[in-house]
Design a protein around this ligand. Sequence first.
Ligand code: B12
Ligand code: SF4
Length: 562
Amino acid sequence: MRIRLIDPAYEHPYISHTQKVIKDIWFARLTLTALAALTPPDIEVKITDENVEPIDFEEEVDLVGVTGMVMHAPRAYQIAQRFRQRGIPVVMGGPHASSLPLEAKEYVDAVVIGEAENVWEGLIEDYKKGCLKPFYKEDTFCSMERLPFPRLDLLRKDAYMTVNCVQTTRGCPHQCDFCHVTHFFGKTYRCRPVEEVIEEVKRLDGEFVVFIDDNIAGNRHYARELFTQLKPLKKKWASQASMTLTRDPELLKLAAESGCVSLFIGVESLSSENLKEVNKTFNQVSQFEEAMKALHDHDIMILAGFIFGLDHDDEGVFERTLRFCERNRIELPTFFILTPLPGTALFQRMESEGRLLHKDWGQYNGATVVFKPRLMTEETLQRGFNWACKEGYSWNSIFKRVFHPQQRFFTRVVSNIAYRSIAQRTPEGYLPSLSRILQKMNDTIPLGNTRDLIQRVGEKITEKKLLIGQKAADTLKLYSIYNERLKTLFVRLEGSMDREGAKELVKRLKGVLNVEIQKVILDFKDVGAFSSEAIALLSRKGLLQTEEGKIWIAVNLPGIHD
Ligand code: B12
Ligand code: SF4
């Protein structure tokens, strides 16, 4: 019996990779090599990764297996159709088919829902008996013990940067709303026995390994053991981890000592509101800069993932995020447009709110807007994303990010050049016109005199000065968000406000009202103390309206043009 396993190509004018890029930065997924390893030895099994070689549709095979993420679904269905026209049955598995098995079944003979480990051999037996079932699904997740080593020998090694890929764990202890991993592999974090992983790593040629885990440090105890046992092998490795690793100095040090040279970290957003909304509060915005520094201190190159289009993102997000990457010298920023993947909580929410633009899965690629953003239009999101991709890999930005008093300067530059060649193909974008204003309106203003401040208690400004020893915040923070649909700028103020702070606020608000921003709402709720001069100035300008000490919110900046 002969089985052909196929990884469909993703054909797209600027997202799909050229052979050169695949050779420079791409590594193979373990999907089909893992499946091939589960295939009984008396069966001839071969793999085609259509991204690096063409499919032979005339080949004499008995059974075809196709995989695919959501964006690969249309191509996977086309491939299935071609083989089925010749009477060759096709089985589909992977993230897309597992999320939408009924849809997939329309195009293939059998669908494997979830992991293949417990069902693949049975499926082959059914095929031999001529009674393939429409769906195969195991109720429990598979054991991680004694998993066969993936058949890396079936890949065209010369086509990729590396085929040295190993998986140590499945699942993730977290459950971010946009992520498919927990839905698919479970909230339980399953770990392979460390000695089996070490044995697999030992068998690989060369010194570089990619651990394709979603979160290599999801279980501290396991990660500690793994890193300790990796150390003597003197390999270099890359992987993905959640931000929590950066808050664990001992484990991070051990990771570096065991050969970790680069990590993909899902930073996602610089807004705590966004992180809260997508259930990712373990990412603490206030600790981001420290986290990046911790990785650099261990000479770990950072691939940081950011999502644009979350519900609290306005059109200032693109520039704000890019400047963060430059300030923190993030070697390889990767930007994605929020994509509601079927099977995720995000998808359910977007669908129930009627915000999905379509279900053309080929467009669900992380670089195309497929939903209605809350605070900007689809076009602003798309163009802003394009701008960030291109600008992020402009020479100017690369220059700001790669100079670092660490080693591996050469690797930083070479990988940036490879990423630049991808970014260059992105269509023209533009920096949204309000971006500069929004940066100015999201800032921290240092204050000159915080001694004579008057307290605010609840809705009232009391007559009382601060008590001796009582300290007022010595900054005024501006958190602004612009709603493009309502043409309204919301400015939340936090901290204290003395005369200098009030003057600076007035200065920044001047010229803000324009065709695009038709309304400004100032929120003083979180200003804990004012100086009487600040109150006088704001009242004169009509920004802070008080009635018996009660604070009103200023709308439309009545006095700002004076
Ligand atoms: C490595 C990886 C990558 C690499 C891929 C390199 C490459 N050559 O493609 C990189 C980092 C580049 C990448 C990029 C992206 N990725 Co990715 N990636 C992964 C990751 C971490 C590991 C894949 C892997 O090897 N898994 C191990 C194997 C053993 O598991 P498996 O693939 O699920 O296969 C098992 C079963 O599904 C089943 N099965 C699968 N196929 C088939 C087929 C048949 C016939 C059968 C019987 C069974 C079967 O059997 C296997 C054994 O049980 C997964 C997460 C994960 N843990 O799987 C995400 C994941 C696959 N990626 C994902 C996404 C979204 C992307 C991006 C689109 C990112 C984005 N947001 O824009 C890009 C697109 C890349 C592209 N152009 O193809 C999503 C897919 C979600 C979805 N529903 O589509 C995942 C699940 C991660 C997530 N956070 O949700 N990715
Ligand atoms: S931490 Fe990463 S892998 Fe885990 S659920 Fe969140 S996004 Fe997915």
